[in-house]
Design a protein around this ligand. Structure first.
Ligand code: TRP
Length: 326
């Protein structure tokens, strides 16, 4: 009798796993519940989210058919993200997708049991999300968009040689930017360049921080920083107005007016993330799925920005670049 009761209890518990996460109750036994927390809305993160959903569809999980998605925009606000993460946990999502570093950190601090798949986390170890890229260990895995400040600055030397001072525009609250800025400083000191930093805490400070740098430096560099990415319009107005080459770290930031970058394709990253989510939904443990880094990188340039600031791309750059922002 006791055994039967236990079995019943386990069954009831198992069934309750399929409910919730913003469930509207359809197909309770077949539908998986997925929570998506996106740090904020800016072009790159939106592309990533759309591509994750495509990657899931390619793996057999179709939104509105056998999967329900509860999407939450974190609005770059830790309090909003904490609440969203708590809701996903209370609703017993089958998996939680976190887009960008602070979103992944917010979700991980609410659950060490529900599987979490992160997307586009620049440095997952430094951000405290996984023990190692090869063996994440806990309930978390995902994709990384690691960037090399050195490779982007090598491109800067090719496009606008002769600079001596580099402005660094980034957000002090983003761990994803911190490790890239450390790399920038290392590169600069090996080359004898001076780095002038201007850190912001939110996007409303970007204009003033950009102005401060524009008066002081030869070129500006921004890491893969969400706060800067969401304020590209004001940043490029300052830099392009003062003819300062503005090197960035993502294709979307070039499309939004940055001069150039060397980086990954975020539609590929999003699809890969979607496939990892499907693996987890199929029963694999995040602990055993290595973090995936994107290997294909391209040069992205903005011809309009170059024209506006009087820069001519060398033929060798034009030959291998993708032109954005047309
Ligand atoms: N890598 C960033 C992070 O870890 C997120 C990100 C993805 C991003 N694409 C971007 C930031 C484009 C700036 C621009 O949080």
């Amino acid at each position: 009798m006791k055994k039967v009761l236990t079995v019943l209890l386990v069954l009831v518990m198992a069934m309750s796993l399929f409910a919730g996460c913003g469930s509207d109750g359809r197909d309770e036994n077949e539908t998986v519940k997925v929570g998506i927390l996106q740090l904020m809305e800016h072009p790159s993160l939106n592309t990533i989210r759309e591509s994750i959903i495509e990657g899931l569809a390619e793996s057999g999980y179709v939104d509105g058919e056998n999967m329900t998605i509860d999407y939450q925009n974190g609005q770059n606000d830790m309090t909003i993200m904490k609440t969203a993460a708590q809701t996903f946990v209370a609703n017993e999502c089958d998996v939680i997708i976190a887009i960008a570093t602070p979103a992944a950190q917010a979700v991980l601090s609410e659950t060490t049991e529900i599987p979490i798949v992160f997307a586009a986390v620049t440095d997952p170890v430094d951000a405290g999300l996984v023990d190692s890229l090869e063996q994440p260990g806990g309930n978390v895995t995902g994709t990384s968009d690691e960037v090399s400040a050195e490779m982007i600055m090598n491109l800067a030397e090719e496009i606008t040689p002769g600079f001596k001072t580099i402005g660094a525009l980034y957000s002090s609250g983003e761990d994803n930017s911190a490790s890239v800025i450390a790399g920038l400083k290392k590169y600069a000191s090996s080359k004898g360049y001076e780095v002038v930093e201007s850190a912001v805490t939110n996007s409303s400070e970007v204009q003033q921080a950009a102005q401060y740098l524009a008066d002081k430096v030869d070129v500006v560099y921004s890491p893969i920083d969400n706060t800067v990415a969401s304020a590209m319009a004001v940043a490029t107005e300052v830099f392009n107005g003062q003819k300062i080459p503005f090197y960035v770290s993502a294709d979307s930031m070039v499309a939004d007016g940055g001069l150039a970058t060397y980086g990954i394709d975020y539609t590929v990253l999003g699809k890969e993330t979607g496939k990892m989510v499907a693996q987890v939904l199929g029963g694999e443990s995040p602990a055993d799925i290595p973090v995936k880094k994107m290997s294909d990188m391209s040069v992205y340039i903005n011809q309009k920005t170059a024209d506006a600031i009087g820069v001519e791309f060398p033929q060798a750059v034009l030959d291998r670049a993708q032109v954005l922002g047309e």
